[in-house]
Design a protein around this ligand. Structure first.
Ligand SMILES: [Zn+2]
Length: 290
């Protein structure tokens, strides 16, 4: 993975962190866009855009997608991106499923990604808006995963086991009461994403609306030196007119505002971001993990 160094992280003191996540799910492309070709084209377009922008991303693969299109995983990792998981089948949310079911799903997902590219993923992005529960964190621990991504954690204390599903600090950290080896995003993390009217309940995508919403999230994150996660989907990128321009635009905007572009593998490798008197700035300048 020496090629990873090509897209190294750029650290800026006091800056905010911008994380690009590309959810790769050919089954959703078939379901909503009519074929996996939309996924393939959108994926290629995203790799080209990220290369031009010099931005590393986290590619979150559905296990079945990695099994069916292993070349996508290899192309992504060779280009310097991190490969994470996005469940094995994308059939349902993790929340509410038995522990053994969740663990078996994550094992199959991790095996599929490892078979494609030779390394095991370090994290999982839950499907269905990241709905997870306390068992998801335990299943991740059983699978050897280091982080679980969820978009809208329930309020602290609302999970059945009394486990908070978001990190109590400004950076990634283990959930209070959850496994120490599994990190989750902070509650204040800002998530933005693309959308398509091909799915019921969503308005048509417009570059203007996306730019306004996405820039507002960046502005908020700048003010708090926080985290922004942008989630895009190759088949949606391919089918939305203007989405590539919107993505290139927000990466430009974020860079102008001092973004430190990192992968999720990067941020979980860093020490917790809560400032302590003992921590020097250099201690927080984590390099890319290979
Ligand atoms: Zn998904």
């Amino acid at each position: 993975m020496a090629e990873s160094a090509v897209l190294g992280s750029i650290s800026t003191a006091g800056a905010f962190t911008f994380l690009v996540r590309v959810d790769c799910e050919h089954g959703e492309a078939e379901r909503w866009a009519g074929s996996a070709e939309a996924e393939e084209r959108g994926f290629s377009a995203m790799l080209a855009l990220l290369r031009n922008a010099g931005v590393p991303a986290t590619l979150a693969f559905v296990g079945l997608t990695a099994l069916t299109y292993p070349r996508w995983v290899r192309d992504g990792v060779v280009a310097g991106h991190a490969a994470a998981g996005h469940s094995h089948t994308h059939a349902r949310a993790y929340a509410g499923q038995p522990l053994e079911w969740q663990a078996a799903d994550m094992r199959a997902m991790a095996d599929a990604i490892q078979a494609a590219v030779g390394v095991r993923p370090r994290g999982v992005a839950g499907p269905c808006h990241g709905a997870i529960d306390a068992n998801t964190l335990r299943a991740a621990e059983m699978t050897g995963l280091e982080y679980v991504l969820t978009l809208e954690p329930p309020a602290h204390g609302s999970s059945p086991a009394g486990i908070s599903l978001s990190a109590p600090e400004m950076g990634f950290a283990p959930a209070a009461g959850g496994p120490a080896s599994v990190q989750v995003p902070p509650a204040g993390m800002r998530w933005i994403w693309d959308w398509t009217s091909l799915q019921p309940g969503w308005p048509a995508f417009t570059t203007l609306r996306a730019s306004e919403d996405w820039q507002a999230a960046v502005d908020d994150a700048v003010a708090e030196a926080g985290l922004v996660g942008l989630i895009v989907h190759p088949w949606i990128v391919h089918t939305n007119a203007g989405e590539l321009d919107a993505i290139a635009g927000i990466l430009d905007y974020a860079r102008q505002r001092g973004a430190c572009f990192q992968t999720f593998d990067d941020v979980v490798s860093q020490p917790a971001s809560t400032p302590t008197p003992r921590r020097t700035p250099t201690a927080r300048k984590a390099g890319r993990s290979l």
